[in-house]
Design a protein around this ligand. Structure first.
Ligand SMILES: Cc1cc2nc3c(=O)[nH]c(=O)nc-3n(C[C@H](O)[C@H](O)[C@H](O)COP(=O)(O)OP(=O)(O)OC[C@H]3O[C@@H](n4cnc5c(N)ncnc54)[C@H](O)[C@@H]3O)c2cc1C
Length: 448
């Protein structure tokens, strides 16, 4: 049977994009969102204000012809700009010349996608919350502006985020595997406004990081020349959100931890007390399809944000599912089964990588040996661009399966461990011959 009518739940980033893909294939798509239409009314909902969009996300946007529009609202970030406790700054490029990630406003991107969905023929419904679903029949029940309604379709796509209702309905079915893990850290968003003369207060061409081992502050630029900062801090413990309740405690914590950021944050105390402290969850599940329903984006694989890949992975889901639909001539359930067979392994890999990058961002980027490693890896990449591609570049600037990137990254790490043990490496690396290192990597990768 060919499914024609699709109900997509959640008009977030992924729900809006997958609706465009499906409408372009000729499906009749109805997209339901529990919140108000953000194009008419501002909503923040405690979610991050800006995001890093990179290769995987933009490849999906290119496939539906939206990249040129999206590019207009992006700010390129070429590297990490690290701020130490003594206000010294170091810079680390993300990749090679011409490679960068993009800072983009979540709401601007979401609105652009909603408009494009409408133009593609998607029917959008706001303030309609899915409260129940019959996965075998493809039926959803909504409560909202029109009271309680029943919507029948050939397939339901749950793009309803980390706390997906569709996934909840799947959870009580037989042989459905599910895990959820909350990081001990939470996050709070703060602002560095534009300077009184209307300029950026920091270099806008990088992602700023104040790594402090157990916690960190980051800042991404916005089009209005402000920066959105995110403080990642444990909920409990000696240095934690639970101990930052009084304005003087907040002020002195920031002054001692991020001395060069404080003068740029005139609304720090107000932001700190008014903005929510949110939690960070990793969700894994298997399968992603039960009966006539499938999951996509955060609904199937919510990850911690430290690799900047959650949305990118969700957008890549859309592109990969669309590839399978081409292959299977729009037979959605057949295409979805094949999509999930490969993709769940990759979703688990990026979840692991995102955890690892938390340690790297908050801790290692301030470590001298780590920075030396990165410089040597950069030289290896320059000399052998086809073979030595650093893990970060595999994840951020390529379409390589996350699981393969993770495996090759582990091999590269163990090779680099040996390189770092070479006596005098810190002085001699610029003139060393690394042919053996690259041959070793090539042999190990060939045997995967
Ligand atoms: C602090 C932070 C920083 C991040 N930074 C990055 C980054 O730099 N780069 C990156 O790629 N990713 C980043 N992410 C991850 C990214 O935000 C998510 O991966 C992305 O938003 C997932 O999109 P989604 O559409 O799957 O889910 P969501 O964005 O959660 O959207 C789900 C939608 O479904 C709606 N909904 C929920 N339940 C129902 C229901 N029952 N009925 C109807 N509608 C419903 C919701 O209202 C929402 O609009 C970050 C995440 C966080 C928390």
């Amino acid at each position: 049977m060919s499914e024609k009518k699709i109900t997509v739940l959640g008009a977030g980033l992924v729900g809006s994009l997958i609706s465009i893909f499906l409408a372009k294939r000729g499906f009749k798509v109805k997209l339901y969102e529990k919140r108000v239409d953000m194009r008419n009314q501002r909503i923040d909902g405690g979610r991050s204000i800006n995001l890093a969009l990179s290769h995987r996300g933009l490849t999906a946007l290119q496939k539906v012809g939206l990249w040129s529009q999206v590019k207009e609202i992006c700010l390129p970030m070429k590297g990490r700009i690290m701020h130490d406790q003594d206000c010294n700054i170091t810079y680390q490029p993300y990749g090679q010349e011409g490679q960068h990630i993009n800072s983009i406003s979540r709401s601007k991107l979401n609105m652009l996608l909603m408009n494009a969905a409408e133009t593609s023929g998607v029917e959008l419904h706001f303030e309609e919350q899915c409260v129940d679903a019959n996965l075998d029949l493809g039926t959803c029940f909504f409560e909202g502006v029109t009271g309680r309604i029943k919507v029948e379709s050939d397939f339901i796509l749950g793009a309803d985020g980390a706390f997906s209702g569709v996934r909840e309905a799947m959870r009580i079915t037989d042989r459905f595997n599910f895990s959820q893990y909350y990081l001990p850290h939470g996050y709070k968003e703060l602002t560095i406004p534009a300077t009184p003369s209307g300029d950026f207060a920091l270099d806008p061409e990088g992602l700023h990081i104040w790594p402090r081992e157990q916690y960190m502050l980051i800042a991404l630029p916005n089009l209005d020349r402000s920066f959105t900062c995110t403080l990642f801090l444990p909920f409990e413990g000696k240095i934690s959100f639970e101990h930052l309740t009084e304005p003087n405690e907040v002020q002195s914590f920031f002054k001692s931890s991020f001395p060069d950021a404080v003068p740029l944050m005139p609304h720090l105390l107000q932001d700190f007390s008014q903005n929510p402290t949110a939690s960070l969850v990793t969700i894994r599940c298997n399968p992603w399809m039960v009966g006539k329903a499938g999951l996509i984006g955060d609904a199937s694989h919510a990850i911690v944000p430290f690799y900047g890949q959650g949305m990118n992975a969700g957008f890549e889901d859309c592109r990969l599912l669309d590839d399978k639909l081409s292959k299977h001539r729009n037979q959605l359930s057949t295409a979805f089964k094949e999509f999930q067979a490969n993709r769940i392994i990759d979703a688990n890999a990026i979840a692991d990588l995102a955890f690892q990058n938390f340690v790297e961002m908050r801790d290692l980027v301030a470590d001298r040996e780590f920075l030396l490693r990165k410089e040597i890896e950069m030289k290896l990449q320059e000399s052998y661009p086809e073979v030595w591609i650093p893990l970060y570049s595999r994840v951020t600037f390529s379409d390589q399966a996350y699981s393969l990137a993770l495996k090759i990254g582990q091999i590269q790490r163990s090779i680099m461990d040996k390189v770092m043990e070479i006596p005098g490496i810190e002085h001699n690396w610029r003139h060393m011959d690394f042919t053996d290192v690259v041959t070793d990597l090539k042999a190990q990768v060939d045997s995967i």
